[in-house]
Write a protein that binds this ligand. Structure first.
Ligand code: ASP
Length: 345
């Protein structure tokens, strides 16, 4: 029997539910939870994807009162859409031309989480991550094991590489070096370059003040097979805390992993920092450990929300797929929010 299951069973014998675990810890700590907030959903994209993802997610929240169902519905929209080349079906592949997905899911009331990484041939990676959280005694399943697990839960195996993504990969492959045996087409034309999307974070506070989050991605284009980014790593690409709020990252995952970006952001909010300042704090840390802004040649974007209904968004670069904007939806409707870029235009 797994340690966690034994622990939960032990609590069961004592007549304690998982919800009451929080209360036990409450007695020991000084932190006072934020006041309760109105339901709100947030995602790391601008208006086009923001509305596409958040509108159906909001409908599900209103209908079901289930925050996990709501954010999963939103993230699935992006995963299933082949026009987005950074998430799910149609995502850009690794250096061998194979699409490998990373995703995570975390639920505040139980403080449980689930992740998958290097998952091939399954479109809805975040749904598999949610099942890791809800239907296993583990938190993280990778590669062939993740595929086997997804198939056990009835997910169909499908080719995730679209024609657009294959041609983008072929272009990369054929133009990498003039010393290898791959030759670009005589006219140099492959396909019109698609707009970069970037990983998506979908965060939410539900009707019962329950916080949850999802991060899902196809990771860095042309990555080494098996490379795992920040998206499925709890504390890096995603973190939620039912007494504080939710946080997520997109952009260069290696930098977010080595700073525990989302966890660091959460702890800053717990200590009283606003979500906006906490997003900026994490990026300042990343810039610092790289030796200053002039040494930084990548982008990272952090988004966050707290239980007071405040939000934050910041990115290193002012303009690219991870520019400092995000989307929220509440009972008042959709809203685009913009934050701070650490590098000025
Ligand atoms: N954070 C993702 C990763 O490193 C990539 C991205 O957001 O563009 O895998």
């Amino acid at each position: 029997m797994g340690h966690r299951r034994a622990f939960l069973q032990h609590l069961g014998l004592l007549g304690l539910s998982t919800a009451s675990i929080t209360k036990i810890f409450d007695q020991k700590k000084k932190f006072i939870p934020f006041a309760s907030s109105e339901p709100m959903l947030m995602c790391s994209r601008g208006e086009y994807w923001g509305k596409k993802v958040l509108n159906p997610a909001w409908d599900v929240l209103i209908e079901t009162n289930n925050i996990l169902d709501a954010i999963e519905t939103g993230a699935n929209v992006c995963e299933l859409d082949p026009t987005d080349q950074s998430v799910g079906y149609g995502g850009l592949p690794n250096e061998r031309g194979v699409v490998q997905l990373d995703a995570s899911c975390m639920y505040g009331p139980t403080h449980r989480c689930g992740s998958v990484a290097s998952l091939e041939n399954i479109k809805k990676a975040c749904s598999v991550a949610r099942l890791v959280m809800e239907r296993t005694d583990h938190t993280f399943i990778v590669g062939p094991g993740a595929l086997e697990f997804a198939k056990a839960h009835g997910f169909p195996e499908e080719n995730l590489l679209t024609e657009e993504s294959r041609l983008r990969w072929l272009e990369w492959k054929e133009n990498m070096s003039d010393k290898d045996d791959w030759i670009p087409p005589a006219d140099g034309v492959y396909i019109k370059k698609a707009k970069k999307g970037g990983t998506i974070n979908v965060l939410g506070i539900g009707m019962k003040n329950d916080v949850a989050g999802i991060t899902t991605t196809s990771g860095l284009f042309a990555k080494i097979p098996g490379r795992v980014g920040d998206s499925p790593i709890i504390g890096a690409g995603l973190y939620v805390d039912n007494e504080v709020g939710a946080a997520g990252a997109t952009g260069r995952g290696e930098e977010v992993i080595r700073t525990c970006g989302s966890f660091l952001l959460m702890e800053k909010m717990r200590a009283g920092m606003s979500p906006q300042k906490a997003c900026e704090f994490v990026l300042e840390r990343i810039i610092d450990i790289n030796g200053g802004l002039d040494k930084v040649d990548f982008n990272v974007k952090m988004i966050a929300m707290n239980l007071n209904g405040e939000t934050g968004v910041a990115s290193i670069e002012p303009e690219d797929h991870a520019a400092p904007y995000a989307s929220i939806i509440t009972s008042k409707g959709y809203k685009l929010i913009s934050g701070k870029a650490m590098r000025s235009m």
